[in-house]
Design a protein around this ligand. Structure first.
Ligand SMILES: Cc1ncc(COP(=O)(O)O)c(C=O)c1O
Length: 396
């Protein structure tokens, strides 16, 4: 018998088995040992193995490959890249592909932090930025400069649920040789596949609908171009934007039910939008496939009638009515996120759009009684009843 050890700091082999686990194993190892220096050299040369988790790890790769299948990413490009958050996906693209002197044109209703990145952080790095209305491709074209290197748009805007003229913007980017990055977080590949529609780069906040349970903060970026992919990946690794294995593992589990959650949440959103439109205290409802939506025809044509899980509505009343509404709906989390399995409610004037002046908000139609709803998979009748009671309390 071997002499008992006083310290068990010994590397042991993983038990061998002819069977395989059904669930993806969680691999938290920060580092991987190689047999010898030649093997390590070869590993770096042909990227044939893992070395250090910041440079890549199996849980990120498994997750990326699954989102690739939804977005239609050609594996020959090297495949999608998972990042530590949606913002780091956008950051990796900017850091990997832009240089001082370039200009980036953004849609004027991007997610708040993306707007901040455009307004403050890129200019600090010597990168020019400007914004234009993505529902109007001619307005985007008019904003192109000789040094415009990239366009960033979201297909469905936050929180006013406007639908971008993607066909016009794709054609514009193609004609002018400008890279087009699409943030597909709201829309999801169920309704729109940017890479298959002519965009160069797609990003996601995986934190939202794809992972779906508000327990993992992650991003994703993909392109069909191997050279762009290499540059974005280098930025991801160098700037340390890579994700935690545990978050990737959780997100992969969430992703397995994405199509079911999406279908159920979208059905609920359609029903809730119609119910809200019939409530006396509600002034306006914004849901893309409703016939009164300003971009209804485009939503039907572009999104194939997939209105998604997001809707917005405005009360007749102002801030007091808004306060009464959230207090009267304790079951509906008043929380500034979206894409959770449960319904969440956000109030842009006090959260994502609080940095704008009241006039700036008014120009977007965001009044003090304006709410955005990320609809979940609850029983639809229950949701409608809870919103009905909350809107009635707000109107008192
Ligand atoms: C459309 C959109 N893009 C990007 C992000 C940023 O994602 P994350 O919070 O994962 O960094 C968000 C976050 O809300 C978002 O709504």
């Amino acid at each position: 018998m071997k002499k008992p050890l006083t310290s068990i700091v010994r590397r042991t082999d993983w038990p061998t088995s002819v069977s395989r686990p059904v669930v993806t194993p969680l691999q938290p190892s920060v580092v991987y040992s190689s047999p010898d220096p030649d093997a390590l050299d070869a590993q770096y040369a042909d990227a044939s193995g893992y070395t250090y988790a910041r440079e890549g790890h199996p849980n990120a790769q498994v997750l990326a490959e699954k989102i690739d299948m939804l977005e239609g990413v050609d594996p020959a490009s090297g495949g999608g890249i998972v990042t530590g958050s949606g913002m780091s996906a956008i950051g990796a693209v900017f850091l990997g592909l832009l240089k001082a002197g370039d200009h980036v044109l953004g849609g004027d209703q991007l997610y708040g932090r993306s707007l901040r990145l455009m307004a403050q952080d890129l200019p600090r790095l010597g990168i020019e930025t400007s914004l234009a209305d993505p529902t109007d491709a001619a307005a985007m074209a008019a904003a192109i400069r000789p040094n415009t290197r990239m366009i960033l748009v979201e297909v469905v805007s936050n929180p006013t649920i406007r639908v971008a003229d993607m066909e016009g913007i794709v054609a514009l980017a193609r004609d002018r040789g400008i890279l087009l990055m699409v943030d597909n977080t709201f829309t999801t590949p169920v309704a729109y596949k940017p890479l298959l529609s002519g965009a160069d780069i797609v990003i996601h906040s995986v934190t939202k609908l794809l992972a779906g349970h508000s327990d993992a903060t992650l991003g994703y970026v993909a392109t069909q171009d191997a050279d762009l992919r290499r540059k974005i990946n280098d930025a991801n690794v160098t700037w340390g934007l890579t994700p935690s294995p545990f978050d990737c593992w959780l997100a992969e589990r969430g992703l397995h039910s994405f199509h079911l959650r999406h279908r159920a949440a979208q059905d609920n959103a359609r029903r809730l939008a119609d119910a809200l439109a019939g409530m006396a205290g509600v002034k306006q409802v914004l849901y893309p496939t409703r016939s009164d939506h300003p971009d209804h025809n485009r939503a039907v044509a572009l999104l194939g009638g997939q209105g998604g899980n997001m809707l917005s509505f405005a009360l007749h009343g102002g801030r007091d009515a808004a306060n009464r509404l959230t207090r009267a709906a304790p079951e509906i989390a008043f929380a500034p996120t979206l894409g959770d399995i449960g319904t969440t409610l956000s109030h842009p004037p006090s959260s994502s759009h609080r940095g704008l002046t009241p006039e700036g908000r008014a120009a977007l139609g965001i009044t003090e009684g304006f709410f955005r709803v990320s609809v979940g998979v609850e029983d639809a009748d229950l949701l409608i009843a809870e919103f009905g009671a909350a809107v009635a309390a707000a109107s008192d």
